[in-house]
Ligand binder design. Structure first.
Ligand code: IPD
Ligand code: CA
Ligand code: CA
Length: 263
């Protein structure tokens, strides 16, 4: 723990709140929507406005830090001590449809390891924070994962990548096995919030196959600091790339991995 962790946390919180305010203000207004990698992969003017605000402030206040931001506004370089990994709007499809589940996600790494994580849901005014070694909180209240030990009583969530309509690795096989096994499965369109919901004990588990660094940089730390576990599909350390993300309350981790290992 260093004093700099606190400085970084305070700045991440300020930026997440500021971007969240833009999202709330422009929610259900007439903003521009475009497509990216596929017809179902959207980006709005608001994604760009949030990213610009975050990146410009970081460039001014932390010029030595590297930035990986989803819409390409940041500059990354090797050997940076601090790296900000940013999803300016996680849940863009929801946002574009006026479905009120989306957030800002800011993860900060120090020397390659997650050090600070902040996720802000502006519609519920819920701020999730974590600092490595110091626990996770929701609006300042300590977070703890659920105690559930039985898969058949578990509520879990997943998501699908934007190549779902053309890829054979479409996650539908896993979706079917979980639907037939657990209490219920949710697909609510914001991976960063899904991870925070595991941390908060609202969900018992979550998996997704093809996420990106900005989807998980904050959420993975928040889950771990709330006492949960995050790994890849084989139970190895969580991948910074976001590929094969499995998160749980810990008790259910082996059972979830077993189910995902079925063909
Ligand atoms: C997406 C959301 C969604 C997940 C997708 C992500 P975006 O992020 O987190 O829940 O299923 O894989 O790409 O595009 O809204 O930032
Ligand atoms: Ca995302
Ligand atoms: Ca995004």
């Amino acid at each position: 723990m260093t004093g700099e962790d606190d400085t970084v946390l305070e700045l991440a919180v300020r930026l997440a709140r500021a971007a969240g305010a833009i999202q709330r203000e422009r929610y259900e207004t007439n903003f521009e929507v475009r497509t990216k990698s596929a017809a179902i992969d959207l980006v709005t003017e608001v994604d760009h406005a949030c990213e610009a605000l975050i990146v410009e402030t970081l460039n001014e206040e932390r010029p030595d830090d590297a930035i990986v931001a989803e819409e390409g506004g940041g500059e990354d370089w090797e050997n940076a001590s601090w790296r900000w990994v940013i999803d300016p709007l996680d849940g863009t499809t929801n946002y574009a449809h006026g479905y009120p589940r989306f957030c800002v996600s800011i993860g900060v790494e120090r020397d390659g390891d997650g050090a600070v994580g902040v996720v802000f849901d502006p519609m519920l005014d819920e701020l999730y924070t974590a600092v490595r070694g110091r626990g996770a909180a929701l609006n300042g209240r300590r977070l703890r994962v659920s105690e559930e030990t039985e898969l058949n009583r578990a509520l879990v969530a997943t998501g699908f990548a934007y190549d779902v309509q053309r890829s054979r690795e479409d996650n539908l096989n896993h979706f079917a096995s979980f639907i037939k096994t657990v209490r219920a499965v949710r697909r609510d369109g914001s991976a960063a919030l899904d991870l925070c919901y595991v941390a908060a004990g609202r969900l018992d588990g979550f998996w997704e196959l093809k996420l990106h660094p900005w989807d998980v940089a904050a959420g993975n730390l928040i889950v771990a600091e709330a006492g949960g576990r995050v790994s890849d599909l084989s139970g190895g350390p969580a991948l910074r790339s976001g590929q094969q993300t499995v998160a749980s309350n810990g008790h259910l981790h082996a059972s979830i991995l077993n189910l995902l290992a079925r063909p």
